[in-house]
Design a binder for this molecule. Structure first.
Ligand code: SF4
Length: 699
């Protein structure tokens, strides 16, 4: 990488790349503590922010570290963190042991978040029509236009998952001022089919709490729950707790049925490799076997191409652990999730290892609502669009269509922290703070709350997105701390107060919660979901089985290979791609850093005459990805796997041009975004490149 930078702009004279240190490299990539030096002279509101270990009053003592409890903003999982600051600057992140979600652990993305704070490619202030502007100019431009839109309708918010209770209330208030306004939540890797299947099966459109800690047998169906799926830190911690050999009894067993080789699959007691198009058949094979043991009928369907005796053994193990087994699936397909629900129901797991009473709120992506919003933009019905925590022009499979639809929207406002692929088209950019500079809250799991407090004053002239909304709602001097505190006093404390004796007053409760960074408050009784009554009847299963078999036949009928799209543990969906620590982190499975590659089985590579590092063109429809190949054991013949999160074009110096963007390969089925596609072709290019990979065993 350094070699590529020879002659790069900004590389002063006298740089010898051969001797450049890691620190030089980061500086060159736009990461430095220059801005932080100024910010650290500006005390954060100490009277309000509460470090757990108060080592210094007022200004930080030189060299003395202070820890602030906060909540991670790296993804929707909402892990509790402790941010270590020295000389007023956050320098290290650790997990918050008090967090009921993460219990003192973090993932690589959370750890690396401290570096992204110092990314020089974050916006330094607001932009109006692409030019730097003052906040007063931005407000004078946006507020009257929003008011005009409120009068005639046509406002929309496209946000990522925002589960903070004060933020959700603010959005509800904001939408209420704009008749007909809507919010659509976009997540590039979605669990929308799981929620919809649960609505149909159990009457609650939620992702349930999966109680890995109670499970004696776990079956993972294309769910990398230790690496990337849903809330990996939380799940890994719960799973590790129940797998302690010192507990004496037999260890819980884990079967993984998957296409690509995942971190979770590598840890499984037994792993079955199937093609992506066979994942639904695998779920059907299990439900049929379990139904037989339960004396229930189940539709007939072909088994996937694996030894049926293994499927029998898995079904036996599940059946023998009724009520303490758990089947989870990361396949965003309504039919597959319906089958998994039937399996959970037959096994008596609902209410035990499937906790619908304490659901996860960590991924609220709803691609069907986003599709409706895109269609409304195309029809010219959207007059104003606020983009918050999303970048669909990079990570939506129909990015080009969205770009065209955006041309019909007269007012486009983005809260992005950088001029990313989508924000480049915005009329107004009102950059949000980094989460380490912010006040805020989170409710990743119903009833589990996290608080976010700043560990440093804002480095740049940014403004918290909720404060921008409040400003445009007419508040003259919105105050993030006051807004947060008042919400907790008004809405949350009354729910907690009658059931506790620990705190005499709200002030007491608030100070302790802020210091701990977390607190638990029982959720209110769930509202009954609108729509059809919950159904566990065989009709659902029959329709789901028919859909799965049809999808399988359709895929097998297509010439070419199946493509699985997955997330790497460090890069995930690519939103933090400009973080050099994450680019540099070798993937624990492929061992590859700095880019994605086409994974295929050694047998397939031999048939195609490919060596590792050979660059091939992967063609699917109108999409072509040009990437080197890499051999992956444990992957079935007839498929390739490509990681998402690469191929950014407007993330910054670190990420731009690294790897290829695989999001255009995401398939849309029944409105849900599916992470595999069939009918891809591979073409040799005749050249090769060296993969940036750490050595494997025995190499
Ligand atoms: S799982 Fe998400 S919230 Fe938790 S530490 Fe990692 S990035 Fe942060």
């Amino acid at each position: 990488m350094l070699k590529d930078l020879e002659g790069a702009e900004g590389l002063g004279e006298g740089w010898d790349l051969g001797e450049a240190s890691r620190r030089d490299f980061l500086k060159l990539m736009g990461f430095s503590l220059g801005a932080a030096a100024l910010a650290s002279c500006t005390p954060i509101p100490e009277r309000q922010a509460v470090p757990p270990l108060t080592l210094a009053d007022g200004a930080p003592l030189p060299g003395v570290e202070t820890w602030y409890a906060t909540t991670c903003g790296g993804c929707g999982a909402g892990c509790g963190l402790l941010a270590k600051t020295r000389d007023g600057r956050p320098i290290k992140i650790e997990g918050n042991p008090s967090s009921p979600v993460s219990g003192g652990a973090t993932c690589a993305v959370g750890q690396a978040a401290v570096l992204s704070l110092y990314d020089d490619q974050r916006l330094k202030g607001p932009l109006l029509h692409g030019r730097p502007a003052s906040w007063a100019e931005v407000d004078a431009y946006v507020a009257p236009r929003l008011e005009a839109i409120a009068a005639r309708g046509g406002l929309a918010l496209l946000t990522g998952t925002l589960h903070g209770p004060s933020t959700r209330k603010l959005i509800a208030d904001f939408l209420a001022r704009h008749p007909g306004a809507r919010q659509a939540v976009w997540e590039p890797v979605s669990l929308a089919a799981t929620r919809e299947a649960n609505r149909r099966s159990f009457g609650r459109a939620v992702v349930p709490g999966y109680r890995f800690d109670r499970a004696r047998v776990v079956v993972g169906l294309e769910a990398d729950f230790l690496g990337t799926w849903l809330s990996p830190v939380e799940i890994a911690r719960a799973w590790a707790r129940s797998r302690r050999p010192e507990s004496g009894g037999p260890l819980p067993r884990h079967y993984q049925i998957e296409s690509g080789m995942s971190l979770t699959g590598g840890k499984a007691d037994r792993r079955l490799a199937v093609l992506p198009s066979e994942l639904g058949l695998a779920a059907l094979a299990l439900v049929r076997r379990v139904a037989r043991r339960a004396g229930e009928a189940a539709p007939d369907a072909p088994d996937p191409a694996v030894d049926p005796r293994i499927l029998d053994a898995v079904a036996d193990d599940l059946w023998n652990h009724r009520g303490e087994s758990l089947v989870v699936s990361g396949v965003n397909d309504l039919a597959v999730q319906t089958v998994v629900n039937r399996l959970s129901f037959l096994l008596g797991n609902v209410g035990h290892t499937i906790d619908l009473g304490r659901p996860s709120q960590q991924n609220q992506g709803d691609e069907i609502a986003v599709a409706e919003l895109i269609a409304a933009m195309e029809r010219g019905e959207v007059q104003g669009l606020l983009l918050w925590g999303v970048n669909p022009l990079y990570d939506h499979p129909e990015a080009a269509r969205i770009a065209r639809a955006l041309e019909n929207v007269p007012l486009k406002v983005s809260f992005a922290e950088r001029l990313d692929e989508t924000t480049a088209l915005a009329d107004v950019v009102a950059p949000d703070h980094h989460f380490l500079e912010s006040w805020g809250d989170a409710e990743p799991v119903e009833g589990c709350f996290g608080l976010r407090q700043p560990a440093i004053a804002p480095l740049f002239d940014t403004r918290a997105a909720p404060m921008s909304l409040l400003r445009w709602m007419g508040e003259e001097q919105p105050d993030a701390y006051r807004h947060l505190r008042e919400h907790w006093q008004r809405e949350l404390f009354p729910r907690r107060f009658p059931h506790q004796t620990r705190w005499a007053s709200f002030d007491d409760f608030w100070d302790h919660s802020l210091q701990d960074g977390v607190c638990e408050i029982a959720p209110p009784e769930p509202e009954p979901e609108p729509g059809p009554a919950p159904a566990h009847d065989a009709g659902d299963l029959t329709a789901a089985a028919a859909a799965i078999v049809a999808a399988h036949q359709e895929s097998r009928g297509q010439k070419g290979y199946e493509v699985l799209l997955y997330e790497k543990v460090g890069m995930r969906d690519g939103r933090h791609a400009n973080n050099p620590w994450l680019q540099e982190l070798p993937d624990p499975v492929s061992r590859v850093a700095w880019g994605n590659q086409i994974d295929l089985s050694p047998r397939m590579a031999a048939e195609l005459g490919l060596e590792e590092g050979d660059v091939v063109k992967l063609r699917h429809g109108a999409t072509t990805l040009e990437l080197p190949v890499r051999f992956q054991l444990g992957q079935p013949h007839g498929m390739v796997a490509v990681a998402l999160g690469y191929g950014r074009t407007r993330a910054g110096k670190v990420a731009d041009g690294v790897g290829a963007n695989a999001f255009p390969l995401v398939a849309v089925r029944d409105g849900f975004h599916r992470n595999w596609a069939a009918g891809a072709r591979l073409e040799k290019t005749g050249y090769s490149e060296t993969l940036a990979a750490v050595q494997r065993h025995s190499s």
